[in-house]
Design a protein around this ligand. Structure first.
Ligand SMILES: C[S@@+](CC[C@H](N)C(=O)[O-])C[C@H]1O[C@@H](n2cnc3c(N)ncnc32)[C@H](O)[C@@H]1O
Length: 425
């Protein structure tokens, strides 16, 4: 069941149509044109309201029949020339031919049963648990906006709205609290040859540290770090010491590496906890993905943990320490027996780069985007305006680390109100 809500009396509501059900089409369009095989029906061309003077319907003789007609005499002649007028026998009232293949269908009602859920391993599936079908979002967008409008999805998940706005030629702004969502959307749009801009997604070490400082729970950092490795967040019902897991198969056996993410210097007790978790989970190795170097005592524990010999004979430290810097600045992946599940960083960015613009690595994809007329269409003023303000506010924030909130806020945001209140007081 679809409900429609509007915050003001200025809104867009477009009528949408769904195809005629086959049974309706069969009864409504009974005639078949022998030359083309096209199905059609015959519609009344006489004027509604007939002779009523206020209707001002034209009155004339057409194909030997005098009537008040729906169309002007000139239009009727034009329809006749196009072969769209049928007179079944002389003297009968002429009728208009309407083809089934030109029918718009039936106006959409408020119960929609024609769009299937995203299921199984279909091509649309992104592995995002709450993913909606693109067709559903496309329909909602078509109904409530026009080409070039800006669509805001404040819970954009795996970016179904991004794909739907692309298809329907709208601009979009998405918001999501989950870094995994950001990662999925980036991949999804990169496949379409599109480059999206991401704000508040650290691209250099300073940004990562600011993120850690601004979130006491460190969850944002954990999510971000796992998403950087290409791993989903493991937070269902308490993680039991497992932030993430890399699973791979070697010689028919499933092997696991437990991933532990740390924003502060890992201490010896944390290394021992990781070893305990690895033991409990029967993991062959542990990966300590850390912002800071472990303490000297923690290193002793790490070395004491020994080594793991992979089925191909290669030896690895039982606990691999990989620093965020290795990945972010040097684009290096942790050295594990299998990179299965871990993926190359999608957008390695040199430490010196301060820009928030993130680019997909493939020139082919960028070329495809350039060929796409949607991608090259001039953005509507509203989208440019909003994005420009977000972009400049963000750039200033990056430039001015000491006063992160004192940059131009987006009007109407909580931060803007807070800032106004503070400055007013
Ligand atoms: C139902 S899912 C959206 C699914 C989306 N329609 C799709 O097809 O992919 C809801 C999303 O809201 C996000 N979310 C939850 N709380 C949020 C918050 N406070 N701010 C921003 N995003 C939030 C979640 O991370 C999740 O991705």
């Amino acid at each position: 069941m679809s409900l429609y809500y509007s915050a003001s009396d200025r809104f867009t509501f477009n009528v949408a149509y769904t195809p005629l059900p086959e049974s309706t089409a069969a009864t409504w369009y009974r005639h078949v044109e022998p030359e083309t095989g096209r199905r059609y029906n015959l519609a009344d061309m006489t004027a509604p309201g007939g002779a009523s003077p206020e209707k001002r319907n034209p009155h004339y003789e057409f194909l030997g029949v005098k009537r008040y007609w729906r169309y002007s005499e000139e239009r009727m002649r034009h329809l006749l020339e196009q072969g769209l007028v049928v007179q079944t026998k002389p003297g009968n009232v002429p009728q208009l031919k309407r083809y089934l293949d030109e029918s718009k269908g039936v106006p959409l009602q408020d119960v929609w049963t024609d769009i299937p859920m995203v299921r199984g391993r279909g091509p649309e599936r992104r592995g995002y648990p709450t993913q909606k079908p693109v067709a559903l979002l496309e329909r909602i967008i078509n109904l409530s906006s026009n080409a070039g409008d800006v669509v805001l999805d404040p819970f954009c998940g795996c970016g179904t709205v991004f794909e739907a706005t692309r298809r329907t030629r709208r601009r979009r702004i998405g918001i999501d609290i989950s870094d995994f969502a950001v990662k999925v959307i980036r991949e999804r749009m990169a496949e379409e040859g599109e480059d999206i801009e991401v704000f508040d997604w650290p691209t250099e070490m300073d940004g990562v540290r600011r993120m850690v400082d601004s979130d006491r729970t460190r969850r944002r950092f954990e999510d971000w770090a796992l998403a950087r490795l290409g791993l989903p967040t493991n937070r269902r019902g308490g993680d039991g010491g497992v932030d993430g897991k890399v699973t791979f198969t070697s010689r028919g056996k499933q092997l696991h590496v437990i991933v532990s993410v740390k924003s502060a210097k890992p201490r010896p007790s944390e290394v021992r906890d990781l070893l305990g978790t690895m033991h409990r989970e029967r993991a062959v190795m542990g990966l300590l993905f850390t912002l800071e170097q472990p303490t000297a005592l923690a290193w002793q524990e790490i070395h004491a943990a020994g080594r793991y010999r992979a089925p191909d004979g290669t030896e690895y430290p039982k606990i691999v320490v990989h620093q965020v810097e290795d990945l972010l600045v040097h684009g290096r992946l942790p050295d594990l027996p299998s990179k299965h599940g871990i993926q190359e960083p999608l957008w390695p960015i040199p430490a010196s780069t301060r820009s928030v613009r993130l680019r997909t690595p493939s020139a082919r994809l960028s070329r495809r985007a350039a060929q796409d007329d949607h991608a090259t269409a001039p953005p509507p003023v509203a989208a440019v305006d909003v994005l420009e303000r977000v972009r400049s506010a963000h750039a200033r924030r990056l430039a001015d680390r000491d006063a992160p909130a004192a940059t131009e806020p987006i009007e109407g945001s909580t931060k803007a109100r807070r800032l106004r209140n503070t400055t007013a007081g």
